[in-house]
Write a protein that binds this ligand. Structure first.
Ligand SMILES: N[C@@H](CCC(=O)N[C@@H](CS)C(=O)NCC(=O)O)C(=O)O
Length: 205
């Protein structure tokens, strides 16, 4: 198994899904966190000048959150067995990541000139995707389990990580989405995730 180092800022942000997948797989890694004030001096050390970045034991540095997650999902069995279900798992992740992407842009720029546009864009994405996801859940297993069946897959963890900050800021966010509300609690109650959430490094975002 590679000697992994995850590079990210000192927050949950886009890296939290990677940390959560490591925790669920029981895989050890180094969690290297940067302050924004240090970023200018090291951004050129990373591919695409972005974080998160996963460094493999041989020093190879891999960018892009979704590529990192798909790799971990393949390596540590967080994909369902059948190709069609894998595709479903992937699109669920892409949908939630879209919400998170727009939300993060709004959150980090909310004091800037484009605040209204960022908010509109985030809300637009949110209301386009959430009802669809609620329907997907209602079609599977009477919505008593996870997105693709009775095992927690990476789409369930992605859902949790993408919604976590949004839910903390606005506890009524799931008001029209009761199935997702219970899925959120189900993911948090999964033994590996529950222990991760209790012991993780606490940060504001
Ligand atoms: N497409 C990339 C985007 C990564 C990204 O936007 N990272 C932000 C932090 S959340 C970053 O590194 N910002 C540094 C900068 O803009 O200089 C991914 O999905 O991983």
């Amino acid at each position: 198994m590679p000697n992994y180092t995850l590079h990210y800022f000192n927050g949950r942000g886009r890296a939290e899904i990677v940390r959560m997948m490591f925790a669920a797989a029981g895989v050890h890694y180094s969690d290297k966190r940067y302050e924004f004030s240090d970023w200018d001096s090291c951004r050129n050390d990373f591919p695409c000048n972005f974080l998160p970045c996963l460094e493999m034991g041989d020093g190879m540095r891999i960018p892009e959150t979704m590529s990192i997650c798909r790799y971990l999902a393949r390596e540590y069995d967080f994909y369902p067995s059948y190709s069609l279900d894998m595709m479903r798992c992937d699109y669920i992740c892409d949908c939630f990541y879209e919400i998170m992407h727009d939300y993060m842009r709004y959150y980090h720029w909310k004091n800037g000139r484009f605040r209204n546009y960022m908010y509109w864009r985030y809300m637009n994405t949110f209301s386009r995707i959430m009802p669809f996801m609620e329907r997907i859940l209602s079609m599977r297993n009477g919505s008593i389990q996870f997105f693709t069946g009775d095992m927690m897959m990476w789409c369930d963890m992605m859902f949790y990580c993408c919604m976590e900050h949004i839910y903390m800021e606005n506890p009524s966010v799931f008001r029209s989405y009761p199935r997702m509300m219970s899925l959120y609690n189900r993911v948090a109650g999964h033994p590996k995730i529950c222990s991760y959430l209790k012991n993780r490094c606490q940060t504001f975002w």
